[in-house]
Design a binder for this molecule. Structure first.
Ligand code: SAM
Length: 230
């Protein structure tokens, strides 16, 4: 396995030249890389203080050495805050190497313990080689997967990676939410739909609707969910 510690440039193993699906993924990579060339505080999903995620993570009562995988992490301030709280085994993933470079540069030496994984959640070649994890955290990523096969790949990866008694936090646009984000169509959820995809081995601990206010002042309707594996 070639996961990169403290570096994210050029670590993706996704190849772009052999099928239509891969070409589409290349376009999405370019889309997200382009988005992260902007100042992150102006992004439509920027949170100065990701309070709902922090509250749900606190409820998991994890050891500081717990393996926490943040998928589609972008350049979120959540990572800085988890480092400050003393979590020492953070794994961060994104399709966009530009996003991870931004995060890495911002964290500087504070990011030295972080494992950086540029990989595609809908076609994982590195994420599926990780050791088992204690917590999966996703905010605003799952809803971009509109095709059944991509959703299945995403949920299969969770089932592969989560330890027994491990946790899953998924925050996604709810059924009243917007139909697009970052110019892309989205697939919206309620907690039962996520439960159905995870299956009976995962127990819903908590779910709540949450209205996020964008830097523009517009709002977006999310559902936050916390599950624990039996
Ligand atoms: C709306 S942003 C949310 C970023 C971050 N979770 C946050 O809350 O600030 C969606 C993120 O998902 C990433 N993403 C989109 N498709 C992905 C994929 N197939 N695999 C991994 N990451 C992906 C994007 O690059 C982007 O960083």
């Amino acid at each position: 396995m070639e996961l990169e510690k403290s570096s994210c440039a050029n670590s993706s193993k996704v190849s772009y030249d052999s099928s239509k699906v891969e070409i589409e993924n290349k376009d999405l990579s370019a889309h997200w890389n382009n988005a992260y060339h902007k100042e992150i505080t102006t992004l439509g999903w920027y949170e100065a203080h990701p309070k709902p995620s922090l509250e749900l993570i606190k409820k998991c009562n994890l050891e500081k050495s717990a393996a926490i995988l943040n998928v589609g992490v972008g350049a979120t301030t959540l990572v800085d805050l988890l480092v400050t709280q003393g979590f020492s085994n953070l794994i961060v993933n994104d399709l966009s190497s530009v996003a991870l470079d931004k995060l890495k540069n911002r964290l500087g030496n504070d990011g030295h313990n972080i494992t950086w994984v540029v990989d595609d959640l809908t076609n994982p070649t590195q994420l599926n080689q990780l050791e088992k994890i204690d917590l999966w955290h996703d905010r605003a990523v799952l809803h971009f997967f509109n095709e059944e096969k991509d959703q299945t790949t995403y949920f299969n990866l969770i089932k592969q990676l989560i330890k027994r008694n491990g946790f899953v936090i998924i925050a996604t646009f709810n059924l009243n939410g917007a139909t697009k984000c970052s110019g892309l169509p989205v697939f919206r959820y309620n907690e039962q739909m996520i439960q159905d995809r995870l299956g009976a081995a995962f127990k819903l601990i908590e779910a709540f609707d949450y209205t996020y206010t964008m830097p523009s002042g517009n709002t977006r309707a999310y559902v936050y969910t916390l599950f624990q594996r039996n």
